[in-house]
Design a binder for this molecule. Structure first.
Ligand SMILES: [Zn+2]
Ligand SMILES: [Zn+2]
Length: 334
């Protein structure tokens, strides 16, 4: 494969500024890295948090993007898992140490020294990206590049969020019906659960979308569902939703916060938590989550709803996400 010296990338110079199109050097893969020719890269809410300065200490200047689908263009000398030409996915969790107490017990999502694609490592809003071979996933056949991109974060972290809701869930609430919710709702429905979708008040389009992907009920986040929930997943970055979700959740139920950032949670009376309700968060993903979810996706089969944008339209895609004007997931075509 012919690899050019320079490439186009949308670069964040400093939080608070829009991304700018730059010509930069094509990165060279280290010994354990693959160089990926990017075909598509999803736009995730976490990208928005980085741009808005809500996540501390990003690499700067930074290439965002951690839902990368592409083909291996070159391999480092120790790479064994992938060959040139193979299609791979690069997710958020970009590197882990393999040695810390968390890595040793299979919780590499909590690694003390973890590095993250499109945050502390350069990501996929570019024509090429490098990635550690151990963090990349082979991708299922039967999906186009664009349709796979949202599976790599919205899908993967959505899946971890869903799994952490625990066993025996029949009535599942989902707060914030965007990229992650529309994928996980399909998994939940395929496993026989009744899905209740909550959107911003007045978002009739979002509620119709939720019903299309299998929700039995869709309403405003200020409403109570027609029956109490066994578990609720929160994908919108709004702390007050935790209270609404707890109030809608039955005894012994679990509320899982799936986002990396949330506005402050207002104080609330103990009775909302009483009767063994559980509140927990989800951080990142493990390799096992990725392998399980990517094997599950074609069996459901999960259908992704995407809005495509060109690389140079990354700012527009981020703006639309910020304003809640996307149906499904935004994906950059590279
Ligand atoms: Zn993400
Ligand atoms: Zn570690």
């Amino acid at each position: 494969m012919n690899i050019p010296a320079r490439m186009r990338a949308m670069v964040l110079e400093r939080p608070g500024l829009p991304l700018s199109m730059r010509e930069v050097s094509v990165p060279r893969p280290g010994a354990d890295q693959v160089l990926v020719r990017v075909a598509a890269c999803g736009v995730c809410r976490t990208d928005l948090h980085v741009v808005d300065g809500e996540l501390a200490n990003p690499r700067l200047p930074l290439v965002l993007g951690h839902e990368i689908v592409g083909r291996v263009a070159q391999t480092g000398e120790r790479v064994e898992r992938f060959q040139v030409g193979e299609r791979v996915g690069v997710p958020w969790l970009g590197w882990t140490c393999g040695q810390c107490r968390f890595c040793r017990r299979g919780q590499e999502n909590l690694c003390d020294a973890a590095r993250f694609t499109g945050y502390t490592l350069d990501g996929g809003y570019a024509e090429y990206a490098v990635a550690d071979q151990r963090s990349c996933f082979p991708l299922p056949a039967g999906y186009g590049d664009v349709d796979l991109a949202p599976l790599l974060c919205a899908g993967l972290i959505g899946y971890r969020t869903y799994r952490l809701a625990g066993e025996g869930v029949e009535r599942l609430g989902i707060y914030g019906f965007g990229a992650a919710a529309h994928l996980i709702a399909q998994v939940a429905v395929s496993e026989g659960k009744r899905v209740y979708a909550f959107t911003r008040p007045g978002d009739a389009e979002g509620q119709a979308f939720a019903r299309r992907v299998g929700a039995v009920w869709a309403g405003a986040s200020t409403e109570r569902p027609p029956e109490p929930l066994d578990a609720a997943l929160i994908f919108a970055p709004v702390g007050a939703l935790l209270l609404a979700a707890l109030a809608a959740t039955d005894k012994g139920g679990t509320v899982v916060c799936g986002g990396i950032h949330m506005s402050d949670i207002p104080s609330f009376p103990y009775r909302l938590l009483w009767e063994e309700r559980v509140v927990r968060s989800v951080a990142n993903l493990t390799r096992r989550d990725g392998e399980e979810f990517l094997a599950l996706a074609p069996r459901v089969p999960i259908r992704t709803t995407v809005e495509p944008f060109l690389l140079e339209q990354a700012n527009e895609a981020l703006d639309r996400l910020r304003r809640g004007q996307l149906t499904g997931a935004a994906v950059l075509l590279i």
